[in-house]
Design a protein around this ligand. Sequence first.
Ligand code: CMP
Length: 139
Amino acid sequence: ATNRTFTMIKPDAFAAGNAGAILKMIEEAGFKVVAMKATKLTPELAGKFYEVHQARPFYADLCAYMSSGPIFAAILEKDNAVEDFRKLIGATNPADAAEGTIRKIFATSIEANAVHGSDSDENAAIEGNFFFNQAERVL
Ligand code: CMP
């Protein structure tokens, strides 16, 4: 069924000027952007967004990194959105990402990995609601 996922173009990709090229790949793969904004997370908001990773050794670095510069946040629509988007972006660590995936092409490290993609329909809804109020996601 047609459904939605949530993505962020992370500070490394945004700062490198790769946001347009990444959005082009996303659109060419059949995803429709139904909500999007440029924003910058505070460390506190990054901490809240990544709360599930609180106990991980990389959590503090991740929150600092994700609040280090502007990002794009977006809600994307497509059949099988969550799974197809994770295929398009590739493995978390760009060293393990398949050829032609967004992370293989644009990511620089396991932390600065260019893009986020939700890992389930439930988290896609939670993450989309974190960034967009009802009036911002009516499309
Ligand atoms: P993402 O899948 O968007 O959400 C969790 C993020 O934590 C992940 O992208 C990486 O940016 C980061 N991350 C995951 N594993 C590691 C790790 N082992 N070391 C550093 N950062 C990590």
